[in-house]
Write a protein that binds this ligand. Structure first.
Ligand code: ADP
Ligand code: MG
Length: 241
């Protein structure tokens, strides 16, 4: 049996000490199976970024265990951790983080270059990833020649080009207008349907509503964790003709 993509138990994160101690995470347990699409919501200060940084293996918890695709990342040394991160996780950030004055194609090729993939194969896979997000015809465009929504779709292509076990997105629509938000959410829906595993954090309920599963954080704890699949099905009695 394949292990869950994410399996975290009793995660805590404590910042500061004495009077200034902050329990940013106060015991979070969460398991995400392959193919799930999870939105994490919570008000400012609830611990979302702290949790994302730990899930993304960018930070370590104060206590608790964290398995990423069955690997106990808390036991890895820095270099191994960086390798696991590059191999297992595709990141999507609020601010896109594309390299300026560099074509969409070269931006998407970059993680493959780091992974040592040969130029021809890099190009083929980057073009295929741009095609998945509907931007094959913009491969030669630089970021400033693309709309915000298109830039974020390039960033999605860059995140998925390495075939990671997990797509991890931090407020992916936070900088987008409603039309671009729809475009990016459409791409995420399509990736989810194709079997990708997605975890995103968001402030926006229309973004959270699109996920298959919605988790709410309050004061560093999970207060609800619900399946939303029923919301996406047509009402009982409704028939598609
Ligand atoms: P969110 O992303 O939901 O707004 P954060 O995870 O950024 O929440 O923060 C959770 C809590 O931890 C907040 O009270 C915040 O002030 C505190 N915090 C976050 N990062 C640090 C840090 N580096 N040092 C001290 N406190 C921090
Ligand atoms: Mg935050």
């Amino acid at each position: 049996m394949t292990p869950p993509v994410l399996d975290v138990r009793d995660l805590t994160k404590v910042y500061g000490e004495g009077e200034a101690t902050v329990h940013a995470l106060a015991g979070v347990s969460l398991s995400v199976q392959r193919g799930d699409y999870v939105a994490i919501m919570g008000s400012s200060g609830s611990g979302k970024s702290t949790l994302m940084n730990i899930l993304g293996a960018l930070d370590v918890p104060s206590s608790g265990t964290y398995l990423l695709d069955g690997v106990d990342v808390s036991r890895l040394a820095d270099r191994q951790l960086a390798l696991a991160r590059n191999r297992l996780i595709g990141f999507i950030f609020q601010a896109f983080n594309l390299i300026p004055r560099t074509t969409a194609l070269a931006n998407v090729e970059l993680p493959l270059a780091y992974a040592g993939v040969k130029p021809r194969e890099r190009r083929r896979r980057a073009l295929a990833a741009l095609d998945v997000v509907g931007l094959a015809d913009r491969a030669g465009h630089e970021p400033n020649q693309l709309s915000g929504g298109q830039q974020q779709r390039v960033a999605v292509a860059r995140a998925l080009v390495t075939e990671p076990a997990l797509l991890l997105a931090d407020e992916p629509t936070g900088n987008l207008d409603s039309r671009s938000t729809d475009d990016v959410l459409g791409v995420l829906d399509q990736l989810s349907t194709a079997g990708r595993t997605i975890v995103l954090i968001t402030h926006e309920s229309e973004v959270g509503d699109r996920a298959k599963r919605l988790i709410r954080l309050v004061d560093g704890r999970i207060v609800t964790d619900v399946r939303q699949s029923a919301l996406h099905e047509p009402p009982v009695g409704a028939q598609l003709r």
